[in-house]
Design a protein around this ligand. Structure first.
Ligand code: ZN
Length: 131
């Protein structure tokens, strides 16, 4: 299933857990897996703490330190730092479905990670399993 989201900042992590959860519920799959896939080269998806918003802020600030903007990158578009952050984070996540719901830890959430926003973005979910 295709999902469209709008990002508002250059670097941003948007909690998409409720979208993924609703997709699983609508599929009526009770036991299986759901994959979340981001078809972009300067955005990604990850699972991390959704309870304390400072965690997301710390992840984004640490990625900024790890991958600074640098005028000497070869890629002429000027957004090599965003491509590198996207590769560090990765473009897909797989979550187990049990009893028709996501088998996430208490503090876990699924985050769409924007590194070259703001933009209109897409991600896909694919639910596989038994009803
Ligand atoms: Zn580029």
């Amino acid at each position: 299933m295709e999902h469209i989201i709008k990002t508002y900042k250059e670097d941003e992590m948007i909690n998409i857990t409720s979208i993924v959860r609703d997709t699983v519920k609508e599929s009526n799959v009770s036991s299986g897996i759901v994959t979340v896939f981001v078809p972009h080269t300067t955005a990604g998806v990850t699972i991390n703490e959704s309870y304390d918003p400072d965690v997301v802020t710390d992840i984004l600030s640490t990625l900024k330190k790890l991958v600074p903007e640098n005028p000497h990158y070869l890629h002429l578009e000027g957004n090599s730092h965003a491509h590198m952050k996207a590769s560090i984070i990765g473009s897909s996540c797989t979550i187990i479905i049990e009893n028709g719901d996501l088998k996430l830890g208490t503090w876990q959430g699924v985050f769409f990670c924007e590194f070259d926003g703001p933009r209109r973005r897409t991600f896909y979910t694919k639910v596989i399993g038994e009803k």
